[in-house]
Design a protein around this ligand. Structure first.
Ligand SMILES: N[C@@H](CCC(=O)N[C@@H](CSS)C(=O)NCC(=O)O)C(=O)O
Length: 394
């Protein structure tokens, strides 16, 4: 190759190398937004394998990271409905899934970690120790999740929930922020221990202190965006560019509807575990399948449907109907927002009184739950989730 040709190629070659090295790729100093630095999305050699996966019903992102040498892989925020898709990809890529972690207790979908544990031998689940849920690994500030030569470091970022975590790659190129910060938004703070002040402080202290080029990968996006950077969010996030007082005011006046698929998804049953609500419900009910009311086809599956699509009025009507037709006992499972426990409560239909009165058999009332069953309709007070079915008088 002639010296002249080499000289002509030099600029193109050096710019290609710059992109490959993931340095700042393009900086345009013209125009009002020119102060934002743009970073290439190209991965450095030796970077972990990375895939962003999407679940469209709840607009949730699941992230797959893996070491390309050892093939050890980590999933962040798997969703129940897309577990098989994720596993298919993991198998196709020849990866070994070793850990599945949640950024927090999700309110809008059911985590896939419980089902994954059933399907992947030896898989460990993880969640914040402040989440109130249990998992194989209870994570806290500074913990490291290692996969091959890579790792994720845990930063506690409460505010959307008490147990919100951000996972940061060892090289601080990527941060998986859950619902703490979203692209040009942030997690709501109006339920599940939400606190705008805490969220603001978490984001400023734990996310905005990451390098400007650090990519932000949130748990959701509702507008089709996929990734942002610390630099972009510091400059353009309409909520977080405000003062604390302004932020609190914005968050207290969002007036958002509850997420369309709202469930209190994490961990359930007598003794919370990292099993899915579905697993808990089905296991619990299938052992009593034969007792379910045959004429109404009220099976564990329909109970589960009720759980995920709570129709309080229908449940109440059904309960009364069965009481009138001689069914004796009613089992309900009620998740109360005020007491984050999915509890099993046995009601004695003989004690149905008047318009409301289902009196719970005291012996079956879980010690740590408030009584919402005998004062008003059991399905209208503090119940985020209700499963019920009747058993025949034996
Ligand atoms: N339109 C969505 C709204 C879902 C929603 O409320 N998302 C939560 C995260 S899941 S609990 C949130 O924090 N949103 C913040 C926001 O500003 O939207 C739906 O109908 O599902």
């Amino acid at each position: 190759m002639s010296a002249a040709l080499l000289n002509r190629l030099k600029p193109a070659v050096s710019s290609a190398i710059r992109l490959w090295n993931c340095k700042a790729a393009v900086i345009d100093h013209r125009g009002p937004a020119a102060s934002v630095r743009l970073y290439s999305g190209l991965m450095e050699p030796g970077a972990p394998l990375f895939r962003q996966l999407f679940e469209s019903e709840s607009s949730t992102y699941t992230y797959l990271l893996a070491d390309t040498d050892t093939r050890e892989a980590v999933l962040i925020d798997p969703v129940l409905e897309t577990v098989d898709r994720d596993l298919q990809l993991i198998n196709q890529l020849g990866l070994k899934l070793i850990v599945a972690v949640n950024t927090h207790c999700h309110a809008d979908h059911i985590t896939g970690t419980g089902l994954l544990k059933k399907k992947v031998f030896g898989l460990k689940s993880g969640i914040s120790k402040h989440s109130g849920a249990t998992a194989d690994i209870l994570l806290s500030e500074g913990d490291r999740i290692t996969f091959g030569k890579h790792c994720l470091t845990v930063r506690e970022t409460p505010g959307h929930t008490d147990g919100c975590l951000t996972y940061v790659t060892g090289d601080q190129r990527m941060a998986f922020t859950g619902d703490a910060i979203l692209i040009r938004g942030c997690g709501r703070t109006d339920f599940q221990q939400g606190c705008p002040k805490r969220l603001y402080e978490s984001i400023h202290k734990k996310i905005f202190t990451l390098p400007a080029h650090c990519f932000i990968y949130p748990a959701h996006d509702y507008k089709g965006q996929t990734v942002s950077t610390v630099d972009e969010e510091k400059k353009f996030n309409p909520r977080l560019t405000k003062t604390l007082d302004e932020f609190v005011n914005i968050m207290n006046n969002l007036n958002l509807p509850k997420p369309k698929k709202i469930v209190f998804s994490e961990d359930s049953g007598v003794g919370r575990s990292d099993r899915t609500v579905e697993a808990e419900v089905l296991d619990s009910l299938s052992s009593r399948r034969e007792e379910c009311c045959p004429e109404t086809s009220f099976t564990p599956e329909t109970a589960l449907y009720s759980a995920l699509n709570p129709n309080k009025a229908l449940a109440w009507a059904g309960l009364m109907d069965r009481a009138e037709r001689g069914w004796e006992r009613v089992w309900t499972m009620a998740y109360r927002e005020s007491v984050p426990t999915l509890s099993f409560v046995r009601c004695d239909v003989k004690s149905v009184r008047g318009r409301y009165g289902v009196e719970r058999t005291k012996a079956h009332r879980p010690a740590n739950t408030k009584d919402s069953m005998n004062t008003q309709s059991p399905f209208t007070v503090n119940c985020g989730l209700v499963v019920w079915y009747c058993v025949k008088n034996t």
